[in-house]
Design a protein around this ligand. Structure first.
Ligand SMILES: Cc1cc2nc3c(=O)[nH]c(=O)nc-3n(C[C@H](O)[C@H](O)[C@H](O)COP(=O)(O)OP(=O)(O)OC[C@H]3O[C@@H](n4cnc5c(N)ncnc54)[C@H](O)[C@@H]3O)c2cc1C
Length: 342
């Protein structure tokens, strides 16, 4: 167990905000996890589990507690056969410290479908089930079978099945009813060779036709998604952000019909009915604007890029300005996607 002291949260999170964390423990074995929680208990300090920090924001005053990071690596595979189709696939057990995009690369290199559209989502594997990462028509819930966790409430190691995780759009029990209880050690996926069904997400279809690409193998879709994301989304290495800062707003059929009569763009998909939330922000003339040091992305207006903000107070003001304007103009409350430490 490696215990580091007084580490700036801004250096551990992609939005690059946040003062010092009193302790940061890197867990390299399951034993380390139990010891880290024990360490926090002895000092009577709160725990925050952190991954790559791509969906997490730090506060200016830092965190008087213990941050625990999963540093366990490895991808372990086991052959499986689909009982209905007889198709051979692989069950992958992936340690939570693996960088998520390496997992996608690993699977697509083997011709396995199911996570290729989740290419280039920054973060560690342990965080993937927390908010049920999703993009371009896929989400981790589609292929996840179970996760191995440390249960901090009972001090035991457990396996939680997919149905116990109660997945929905950007939600699972890990960020709702059981928030803060489980430390994800590893996740298990079942993947089979194949291709995503057509039609694909509109932006992927457009990219393929514009580039005369007919190959829809997992590797080809991974390449397409990677290219689309490189144009649309900021690279956290050079442009600090937490990805989509605001969630898409999902509507009931009745509310969607009411919105349509007002001419608001509505998208009906497998995952539900949503209003084009980026459009709401755009209509408020925020697209491309710099607000208290945060640039509202020109290509993806749900994303705020930290260009020059130095403090959480700046974020507070930028967020309030956008949320209030959208509410005044359209009557919808924008909800924040990233979580906050402390
Ligand atoms: C440029 C950019 C683009 C993005 N695009 C997408 C996208 O397309 N789709 C999408 O869904 N997300 C997207 N995100 C958000 C982010 O990439 C995902 O939420 C990702 O899963 C975060 O992983 P992380 O390791 O950085 O998690 P962190 O930010 O470190 O943590 C996120 C949450 O998970 C918890 N957590 C982390 N590790 C564990 C663990 N081992 N056990 C228990 N809890 C844990 C934390 O406590 C926190 O609540 C994007 C972010 C950026 C910066």
């Amino acid at each position: 167990m490696r215990v580091n002291e007084n580490i700036l949260i801004s250096s551990l999170t992609t939005m690059r905000l946040g003062g010092p964390a009193r302790y940061v423990i890197e867990a390299e074995t399951p034993r380390d996890i139990a010891d880290a929680y024990g360490f926090a208990r002895t000092l009577n300090l709160p725990v925050f589990v952190l991954g790559y920090g791509a969906n997490t924001i730090g506060h200016d005053e830092g965190f008087m507690g213990v941050i625990i990071i999963n540093r366990m690596h490895g991808i372990f595979e086991e052959p499986i056969v689909n009982p209905e189709t007889n198709v051979k696939g692989l069950r992958l057990k992936i340690m939570g410290g693996e960088y998520w995009d390496n997992v996608v690369e690993y699977a697509t290199n083997k011709g396995l479908t199911g996570i290729e559209a989740l290419s280039k989502i920054p973060g560690l594997t342990g965080a993937a089930p927390v908010q049920n990462i999703g993009a371009y028509g896929q989400e981790i819930a589609d292929t996840l079978i179970s996760i191995d966790v440390y249960d901090s409430a009972t001090g035991t190691f457990r396996t939680l099945t997919k149905s116990e995780l109660n997945f929905s759009y950007r939600h699972s029990i890990l960020n709702t009813t059981e928030y803060g209880r489980y430390f994800v050690i590893s996740i298990t996926l079942e993947l089979y060779p194949g291709q995503m069904p057509r039609p694909l997400y509109q932006s992927i279809e457009n990219y393929l036709s514009e580039n005369n690409i007919t190959d829809t193998s997992p590797a080809s879709i991974r390449a397409a998604v990677s290219a689309i994301r490189a144009i649309k989304l900021p690279d956290p290495a050079t442009k600090p952000s937490a990805g989509s800062f605001f969630k898409n707003i999902y509507l009931s059929e009745t509310d969607a019909e009411a919105a349509e009569t007002k001419g608001y763009p509505i998208h009906r998909g497998n995952d539900g009915i949503k209003i084009n939330t980026a459009w709401l922000i755009e209509q408020c003339k925020f697209k491309g604007k710099l607000i208290h040091g945060f640039r509202v992305s020109n290509t993806a207006p749900l994303v705020l890029i930290n260009e020059s903000a130095k403090s959480y107070a700046d974020l507070d003001q930028a967020r309030a300005k956008i949320i209030n304007k959208v509410y005044d103009k359209f009557g919808y409350w924008l909800e924040q996607e990233p979580v906050e430490i402390g």
